[in-house]
Structure formats: C-alpha cells, structure tokens
Design a protein around this ligand. Structure first.
Ligand code: GDP
Ligand code: MG
Length: 164
C-alpha cells in the first residue's frame, strides 16, 4: 500500500491550499474500504516517483472557522494521525503560536509517528524567522513555506518522502 501522509492543524492555517498544491488532482479519491468522511479527504500525490496518499482534514471547519472549538480539532487530528505513516503539522507563521496549535501538538506528539512541522504563510523568505517561535510546540524543527507561492514546498516534500 502507498504511504499515507496526514495534513493536520487548526482551521485556516492553509492545509487545503497545501494539499491542493501537492496533490496530483484536486479531486478527492474515494476509498471503497473506508469511504471519505466529512472531515477528511484523500488525495493521490507523488514526489520524484514516490507515490503516496495525502489526507486533508477539517473540510467543514474551514468554511466556518469561527465556530470551531478545540475538542473537535483534536478529534480530527487524532483520526488522521491514526491512519498516517507521516504527519505534516501545519501552523500559521503570520499569526504565531495559538492554544489550538498546542492542542494539535499534544495529539501529534502522542502519536509517536514522524512529524514534519510546517510554518505556512511565510510568503517572503526574508520572514523565515517567523518560524522560530514554533520550536516551542515540541515537535522538532519548523519548516517555513508558502503554500500560496510554493516557496519551501520542494524541501518539505523531500523531507516527507525521506520518512517513508
Ligand atoms: P485550512 O482551513 O487549514 O484548510 O486553510 P485553507 O487552505 O482553507 O486556507 C485558509 C486561508 O489562508 C485562505 O484564505 C488561503 O488563501 C490562505 N492561505 C493559505 N496558504 C497561504 C499562504 O501561503 N500565504 C498566505 N498569505 N495565505 C495563505
Ligand atoms: Mg481546509
């Protein structure tokens, strides 16, 4: 089976933007065995000939992000992490560390799976120091990217496939 990469994080950090940038097609794939839940969608992807499946989480909440509360975010992260071989944990460099990020970090750390911490919305490479505060989440080195522009996503994918 193809390795599974779960993209987790609180609403509005840019998970879906990142998945759409990386995925082969924007359409979610339907898995006969597990189905596509309301909260997660599955997408085919590859990098340098390595095929994998990307899980995007939190489709509903990205529409109404104001309504989200921490337990829901935690549940989503938990479900995705259970399925994953590698976890991509996305945070927002333009906002900084939030309580919800810390909530997700607890789930991710408990999974004992390889985690890649991605600091998104670093649209200007000279703003890379926005990533440093995220060391405090305790999940390793933060990788600055811009899902909008594509900055840093190649290095991120190198790191992802190195963990398969
Ligand atoms: P999700 O809720 O985590 O899936 O986040 P989305 O992918 O829906 O993105 C939330 C908002 O952040 C949207 O308005 C995106 O256009 C914006 N966004 C995503 N990536 C970037 C980025 O790299 N830079 C900036 N400035 N905005 C971004
Ligand atoms: Mg989304």
């Amino acid at each position: 089976p193809k390795p599974i990469v779960a993209v987790v994080g609180r609403p509005n950090v840019g998970k879906s933007t990142l998945v759409n940038r990386i995925a082969v097609s924007r359409d979610a794939i339907v898995h006969e065995s597990r189905g596509v839940t309301r909260d997660r969608s599955y997408h085919e992807a590859d990098w340098n000939g390595r095929d994998f499946v990307l899980i995007d989480t939190g489709g509903i909440e990205s529409v109404k992000s104001k309504d989200v509360f921490a337990p829901r975010i935690r549940e989503q992260a938990l479900a995705a992490c259970e399925e994953a071989d590698v976890i991509v944990f996305v945070v927002d460099g333009s906002v900084g560390v939030t309580d919800e990020d810390e909530e997700v970090a607890r789930v991710v750390r408990r999974s004992n799976k390889p985690v890649i911490l991605v600091v998104n919305k670093v649209d200007n490479p000279s703003s890379e120091d926005e990533a440093w505060p995220f060391y405090s989440l305790g999940v390793g080195e933060p990788h600055a990217i811009s899902a909008n522009h594509g900055y840093g996503t190649g290095d991120l994918l190198d790191e992802v496939v190195a963990n398969f």
